[in-house]
Design a protein around this ligand. Structure first.
Ligand code: FAD
Length: 554
């Protein structure tokens, strides 16, 4: 047998670490590969944990994607569980590892080291946070404890603190278990990584399903209530919520204690700094997953992306680099999807609020198409928002929410972004179509067409926010019955079908802003008016967008 000259050690054996190890073996049959994980499992599905709590995933064993035996037999990789790496001696390329069961400490030499230690819960300093009945949901052990508590205390009321995707998935599962759930979020919207106009539909759904939403609210303390049977959650505005279970979903921080102590470079956002070859500031150490910070694909700014997809891909790329292959990580754009009580929400790239913060010039369109052809039964309305450069049409980001067909639209746009695509590419994209799946002009094509129309000057756009202080002459081109049912203050109603005959009623010296239900009829109106010499803008998303905007707190 050939002598082993390479010894590759991996810290952390879940998303990034496990995928790195398995790929390493596929590209390097000779090296000794060892994974250390301080926990009791290797390669488990953390993304399934909320659904295990909600009994959608029935068996704990279904969360285990691989076992140490599988790694040994299939890949000739050693997995050492309950082994915590406690320090890195970079000068001698040695790890100090503690066996958490025996207490023994060993020294392990490496030729290459991969860090994939993940993240840790970002726990706010709230008095009472250590009380029984308050949990985080990060590991299989956590989910076990929550399930036991649910049974033991016959839990009826729960409070979830934090409305990011883990908080929302937890809410969904607790509601499905029949619990009364309160959701408390410090920011004025759920899902803070989305724009509020997209998050609004989630909030409506949560409200309609009986979730008690407390937005823009902070928890000031937890306490055992007077009767001593359950907990009370006290908030800054004076609310006291009684419950039997609290789940903290207040975000994560990159786990960098080992890297920091070893003197590896840590970035401004608190993640391990790596190159596009996923190499740390030490040329023998690579890092992947939640623990690193990397350049955003669109803005080039440093960012943290604690998601399983990037972690797995980075693990694979780091393995290729270690094996001497030409591989680079091209960056992340935060593509995510989440289900909330029958609604799917997904996003890719930048949000409007981030673009504003970064002073990036952008334009946006809203659209509300059916998820498939309207003539086929069961079409569900999507709410979509596309952000793009007004200069060259480069796509900057997209968000969508709806009951069906959300993820595929965002996935298509995500890949378009990664290929440097523009709204003109979306306009022309060839996508599969049969009436039960999409439309001959798919929502992705429509988003591109609306955006391209505005960039070409065919249908200049405006937005409700821009109208607040402008003196545009607002025309509602819906039918009188729709107008009577509710319209924007000050708008004049000229239905699209009568527009050509009633042009003389419109002021030729003023700029017109036209709207309808969602923006389609007003687009046709814009074309008529434009070709008749009027200066005109279509209000993106029509009255549907207006109603959403009105609900967003200023
Ligand atoms: P992890 O997978 O967290 O693995 C890190 C491992 O390192 C841990 O097992 C830890 O024990 C070990 N470790 C740390 N320090 C040491 C040490 N010093 N010595 C030895 N071992 C150590 N992402 C999505 O994209 N979609 C989802 O739907 C989704 N849902 C999620 C739901 C929940 C409840 C959670 C908690 C996360 C979810 N995520 C989801 C995030 C995703 O799981 C993480 O982004 C991904 O697991 C990160 O991979 P990683 O390898 O960086 O870290």
């Amino acid at each position: 047998m050939a002598e082993i000259t390479e010894r590759i050690l991996i810290v952390g054996g879940v998303a990034g670490g496990a995928s790195c190890a398995a790929r390493l073996r596929r590209v390097n049959e000779k090296a000794e590969i060892i994974i250390f994980d301080k926990g009791p499992f290797v390669s488990f599905a953390s993304c399934g944990l909320p659904y295990f709590v909600g009994q959608v995933i029935a068996e704990e064993k279904d969360l285990l994607i691989a076992t140490p035996q599988l790694f040994a037999n299939r890949f000739n990789i050693q997995v050492r569980l309950h082994h915590e790496v406690i320090s890195i001696d970079r000068a001698n390329r040695v790890l100090e590892v503690k066996n958490l069961e025996s207490g023994q400490i060993s020294r392990e030499k490496y030729t290459a080291l991969v860090l994939s230690p993940g993240s840790s819960a970002n726990l706010p300093l709230i008095p009472g946070i250590d009380l029984s009945g308050i949990f985080t949901l990060r590991t299989i052990g956590d989910s076990r404890k929550i399930k036991e508590w649910l049974v033991l205390k016959k839990v009826k009321k729960a409070a979830v603190i934090g409305a990011g995707f883990i908080g929302l998935e937890t809410v969904e599962n607790l509601v499905k278990l029949g619990l009364e759930v309160s959701l408390i979020e410090m920011l004025p919207q759920v899902m803070p990584n989305l724009d509020p106009d997209i998050a609004m539909r989630l909030q409506e759904r949560l409200n309609s399903k009986g979730v008690s939403l407390h937005l823009g609210e902070t928890v000031t303390r937890f306490a055992i209530n007077n009767t001593g049977n359950n907990l009370s959650v006290h908030t800054r505005s004076g609310h006291v919520l009684e419950c039997d279970l609290v789940i903290l979903a207040t975000g994560v921080l990159p786990e960098v204690s080992l890297a920091r102590a070893a003197g590896l470079q840590i970035g401004e956002l608190g993640g391990i700094r790596v190159t596009d070859r996923l190499q740390t500031s030490d040329s023998h150490i690579w890092a992947v997953g939640d623990a690193i910070e990397f350049r955003d694909f669109i803005t080039g700014e440093w960012c943290l992306t604690p998601l399983a997809g990037p972690a797995s891909r980075q693990g694979r790329i780091a393995a290729d680099v270690i094996a001497g292959r030409e591989a680079r990580f091209r960056g992340t754009q935060g593509t995510m999807v989440c289900e909330v009580l029958g609604l799917t929400v997904a996003s890719t790239g930048q949000t409007e609020k981030l673009l504003k913060n970064l002073n990036v010039d952008y334009e946006k369109v809203y659209l509300f198409p059916g998820h498939h052809a309207g003539y086929f039964p069961g079409a569900k309305q999507l709410s979509m928002k596309l952000l793009f450069s007004p200069i060259d049409g480069k796509i900057l980001g997209a968000q969508a929410v709806g009951e069906e067909g959300v993820d595929k639209r965002i996935d298509v746009i995500s890949l378009a972004i990664q290929k440097g695509g523009t709204v003109y590419d979306l306009e022309e994209a060839e996508l599969c179509y049969a009436p039960q799946f999409g439309a001959a002009k798919d929502p992705v094509n429509l988003a591109g067409m609306i955006a391209a129309n505005t960039l070409r000057g065919d249908s200049p756009l405006t937005h409700w926010q821009s109208l607040v202080k402008s003196d545009l002459y607002i025309v509602d081109v819906r039918e009188p019955a729709e107008f009577a049912f509710g319209h924007v203050e000050g708008a004049v109603n000229i239905p699209l079908g009568n527009l050509r005959k009633r042009l003389n009623e419109l002021p030729s010296e003023k700029e017109l802003a036209v709207y309808c239900g969602v923006g389609q009829r007003s687009y046709y109106a814009t074309r008529i008016l434009y070709q008749n010499g009027f200066k005109v803008r279509n209000i993106s998303g029509g009255i549907t967008a207006y109603r959403i905007q009105r609900q967003i707190p200023a």
